[in-house]
Design a protein around this ligand. Sequence first.
Ligand code: GLN
Length: 312
Amino acid sequence: MSQLPSAKALQHLVDETFQQFHGLPGGENASYIPYLASVPDELAALVIVTANGDVYQAGDIEYRFAIESISKVATLALLMEDVGPEMVREKIGAEPTGLPFNSVLALCEHHDKPLSPLVNAGAMASVSLLKADSAEQRWQRILDVQRRLTAGNVTLSDEINESEQTTNFHNRGIAWLLYAAGNCFCDPMEACEVYTRQCSTLVTCKDLAVMSATLANHGKNPISGEQVVTPENVAPILAEMTMEGLYDYSGDWAFEVGLPGKSGVGGGLLAVVPGKMGIAAFSPPLDESGNSVRAQRMIAQVAKSLNLNLYG
Ligand code: GLN
């Protein structure tokens, strides 16, 4: 792998890219979760954290937003520690669904097997498969891994959690379908409730970049120095991200950018450059697949400028 440019050049790239795309028109805040509809849509940030812990950032870097589906990566990492990659593949899967992240049709077409831990069905199945004796323990283990992956002050937002728990009827339906097929491994309403909480934590864009840099650094968090993920588990996590990290846009993202990524409907997006860096961007307006419009453009630009495409 080629060397990275100087610190000055990297900060310049982050500043320029942010300036170019932070006001890009297009997309809309997620509205099916009431809280997300109310987040100011002009917010934006871009952060690089290298595998040795150097940080380059621009924009609304203090703003804390809902992690949403990016939490699925943290729970997947924890589940891999608990049961190993092969069990994840057997019970949940490692294929793209080609359908929206909350698709019931995707389940119906595959005997109610989720196919991916990065869609809602597979994420709830992942929560249910974690080693835990109670809902509270399940939740605390997830919050703990979010904190260890980000080395950040990740906390639950009661406001977002309330907003999601009182409107998550579709996800409850999915949890019951999983349970009926034997693919939910705890009480389905516990799986849905804890999954909803894991989506309702607050993170900064830097938190996401550190999480991504941890995966880039073979599972060792470059800020805290902690080995959070067993090195052998990193490649299957990145494979799952490649297949489904941006939902039904994952193929296009691989085609254009060539980096494993993960988005959330809170407007966050991260991409992993193995051995080199984590890149994260944030801005609330989403495209039709539920991926942040501006975050995609910012990360694509950084990847292109630095020649980071893994297939390149
Ligand atoms: N909490 C959201 C949901 O379950 C997360 C979805 C997402 O970020 N794609 O629908």
